[in-house]
Design a protein. Structure first.
Length: 300
């Protein structure tokens, strides 16, 4: 579904920077990130040398995002702009044109080994690379390099922050393997709202089924849903999860037809608000691992 950029004369909703913005100083870099997961990782590397604004808000869907006049204003004023890339931010070029931003966004997913898949007869790239923390390590390298280029004086700070965060990402990967590897592989199957866990599934050998493809803008046909229901029944999938950033009605409909029970909510492509359980990438990943592992363990 095509989304239209709001006219720049419209009244402004809100600006999200609170969770990621440090106290501003004259030397702080003014940084924009496309969505909250990326904004947090940029903040982890930039520390108190950057002020980070996320265009998509907490609990917001980066696929169906509709930019506002405020977003155009933030973009134009940015020293550095970060996107994940690989088709996630289909609205970004229109926002750049509307804002007058003269720079080139940094695509942090460059260098990641990407997954391709067939969807409606087309080959598409799965953009949800951050659901494997080993991919986020590549994000960190790209973010570190971009911040150093924009602010060479603080290069040592960015390096120290990046090195410390890389260790946290290694710990997240080890944590996920520790929780999931002990579960029999034939029990590692769950139903989710859309196909956003491909990288997670590949690293931890978990099979995810979903009624929608890699974008929440896709629509599932009746035939596709019927086929998925048959597959869920034949494979004995017993648990479904809905996502914080999109409509849960379709996955609940499929679950009802198969007898799958709810495992709760997952944070797939948007952080929670500051007081929620997934206010940082680290918290988000651990929360998802715990939810998934607990559900699959009960079914084993």
């Amino acid at each position: 579904m095509q989304k239209r950029l709001f006219l720049l004369g419209l009244a402004l909703p809100l600006c999200f920077s609170g969770a990621f913005a440090s106290a501003a100083s004259a030397k702080d870099l003014n940084v924009v990130a496309s969505f909250t997961v990326l904004a947090d990782v940029v903040h982890q590397v930039g520390g108190d040398k950057v002020k980070v604004t996320s265009l998509v808000q907490p609990n917001g869907d980066p696929h169906e995002f509709e930019p506002s006049p405020a977003d155009a204003k933030h973009l134009k004023a940015a020293d550095v702009v970060f996107v994940s890339g690989e088709g996630l931010e289909g609205w970004m070029n229109r926002l750049i044109s509307a804002s007058g931003y003269k720079g080139t966004p940094v695509t942090v997913s460059e260098g990641i080994s990407l997954h391709k898949m067939e969807e409606d007869g087309k080959t598409v790239t799965d953009p949800h690379v951050w659901n494997d923390p080993l991919n986020v390590k590549i994000w960190v390298k790209n973010i570190e390099a971009a911040l150093k280029a924009a602010d060479p004086e603080d290069a040592a700070v960015f390096t120290a922050n990046a090195d410390a965060y890389q260790k946290k990402l290694d710990a997240l990967n080890a944590y996920a393997h520790q929780k999931i590897d002990k579960i029999p592989e034939d029990r590692r199957k769950v139903l989710t709202s859309h196909d956003a866990f491909g990288y997670f599934g590949a690293e931890y050998k978990v099979k995810f089924l979903s009624p929608l493809g890699v974008s929440t803008e896709t629509e599932a046909s009746a035939a596709d849903v019927a086929k998925l229901i048959d597959q869920i029944k034949s494979e004995g999938v017993k648990t479904y999860f809905f996502e914080n950033s999109n409509d849960p009605r379709l996955v609940k409909q499929v679950a009802k037809a198969t007898g799958a029970t709810s495992g709760g909510e997952l944070y797939v492509e948007a952080l929670s608000k500051k007081d929620g359980p997934a206010s940082t990438y680290e918290k988000m990943f651990r929360f998802n691992v715990d939810q998934l592992a607990d559900a699959m363990q009960k079914n084993s």
